[in-house]
Design a protein around this ligand. Sequence first.
Ligand SMILES: [Zn+2]
Length: 284
Amino acid sequence: MQLFEVGDLTLVRVLELEFPLGPAILPIGRDPASLADSCAWAKPQFVTPAGDVVFALSTIGVVSDERRIVIDPCCSFDLRRDNPDIEERAAALLDDLLPEAGFAPQDVDLVLNTHLDGVGWNVRPGPDGWVPAFPKARHVWTRLEIERARKGEEEAQRRDLASLAPLTTAGVVDEVEASHRVTSEISFRPSPGHSIGNVDIWIESRGESAVIVGDHVLNPMQCADPDWAGLDQLAEAAPRIRRALLSECARRNTLMIGPHFGTPGAGRVRPHGDAWRLEPEPAR
Ligand SMILES: [Zn+2]
C-alpha cells in the first residue's frame, strides 16, 4: 500500500492488480508508441520502457470527520463475473488487503464512487448471489449517474443497473448532487466527460489538496495530451474539463490520484511544454 499525507489526513492507496496493457487496448485514438516516446517522464511508473500503458486497479481509503471512507472500489473489473477465481479475487482485496490497510469492510461507513460503469467491489459474491461488500456502509453515487443507468437505453446501462441491484435492494445507496459535500474535508465536483454524472473527489485539509480522478484521467499521459479521449462518453466536453482540472492541479500543487495509474498511483501536475506532465509522488 502507499500512504500520502494531505494536511491532517492520510490517504491510503490499496493496490489490487497492476499490469501492462497491450498497445491495442490503450491509448484509444492515439498512436501508443509515439505518445509514449513523447512522454519519457512517464516511464517506468506509468508507461513501460517498451511503451505499454501501465494499468492498475486500486482503491483509496481515508478517515475524515471520524468516518471511515473507501473511494472508488467501482474502478475494478466488473465484466467477468463468471471468472472462476472471482471469489478469491474478492477475498484478496476485501478480506486481506483492505483490512491490512485499516479499512476492514465491516468498519467502513461510506463508499464514494466517481462514476457508475459497473460496481466493481462495492459488491462481492455471497452464497446466494451478489451482496454488499461493505455491510454497514452507505454507497454514494451522483443522481445523474444512477438516472443514466435507469434509463436503460443501452446494453451497458442495463448492465450497470443490474450490477447495482444488490445495493439498491438492500437500500444502501445514496444519490447525491454532483457538487455534494461529503465531510468538512471531502467534496464531489462535477466533471462530465468520462460519463455525464462523473465527479472528481476533492480532499482538502490545512491548505493542501488531493483529487481522485476516477476514469476521468485514465493514464498520466493524458497530462501531455488532454485531448486523448480515453474511454470518455462525452468526447467533446471531456478534454476541456480535463484541461481545467490539470491547470488547477498545477496551480494549487494538488496531489492527483488515479485509481488506474501505475504505482505510486499519484503525482503532482507540472507545466511541460504547452501542456503538463505528472511528477510521481514519493509514497511512504
Ligand atoms: Zn469508467
